[in-house]
Write a protein that binds this ligand. Sequence first.
Ligand code: NAP
Length: 296
Amino acid sequence: MEYKIGFIGLGIMGKPMSKNLIKSGYHLTVWNRTASKMKELVDLGAKPASSPKEVAEKSDIVITMVTDSPDVEKVVLGPSGIIEGSMEGLIVIDMSTISPEITRRIAKKLEEKGVEMLDAPVTGGDVGAINATLSIMVGGKREVFEKCLPVFQAMGKKITYMGEHGMGQTTKLCNQVMVALNLQAVCEGLILGAKAGLDLNKLLEVVTAGAANSWALSNLGPKIIKGDLEPGFKLGMLQKDLRIVLSTAEELDLPLPVTALMHQMLRIAQADGYSEKGTQAMIKAMEKLSNYRINY
Ligand code: NAP
């Protein structure tokens, strides 16, 4: 079946993901809070909507890619939200990174109206969104996942069913712990090299070829050296993700000591105004703490 797809949230991730759906031949209805961001998609053939409700009325599947849990709650359950325009059989796929607990709550509310939900957060960054190479981790009913698989395949490469509602988000939280701690490792390694007088480009060349390599090192290392702080993945988003990680760990009586410290490190960078910059701006917090600037 050729699904009519609705897409809500055309930010750094949502815009390229929706473009890839159009490229794969899907008919798209789009909505973004800041209406001007819809233009590029409309120029490619998408239909603009005036609210999430209207998106739902015109779609078989509605994808949301917004910031945080309250934002998903608002576009799904709020006034003029998806639920108001939904018919029985609609599928809502939330691809934002939000709380597993709130995901389960939203899924329950939708189920009462005969609407299915999948939580399907992603990893792979803006580059993965542009190249349709995202890794997508999915929670919800398996049969709904299987129905939506071709849609996921238009946006990603590694698509994995993780279990019931919330398990996609839970997987993403584990991912974010590793992403955050890798980021800090890159910042600390680079500032040590800089202060000790190494050529950072050479350092990067050597360590990316060995056991220290990671996504953070090979993608963010060059940006740190160049002084390019543009997002990618916003620092404030990672801080939001670790907040969700820590509250989930709290519910599980689980200590995550280094993650808790990293959460505070991100707060330091936020307090200095780097929330809307890429996560590589974490180097700025390290520069401040060490009273040393990497030369660029
Ligand atoms: P972004 O560029 O800041 O875009 C956020 C989008 O959400 C915008 O379209 C924004 O609308 C919309 N939005 C936020 N609050 C809203 C609300 N209350 N009502 C309606 N719309 C709202 O962020 P992004 O990088 O695309 O990230 C989106 C999600 O993907 C986040 O959950 C993030 O954690 C996750 N993620 C991001 C990356 C990455 O590398 N960037 C990777 C994996 C996962 P406006 O345009 O009006 O502001």
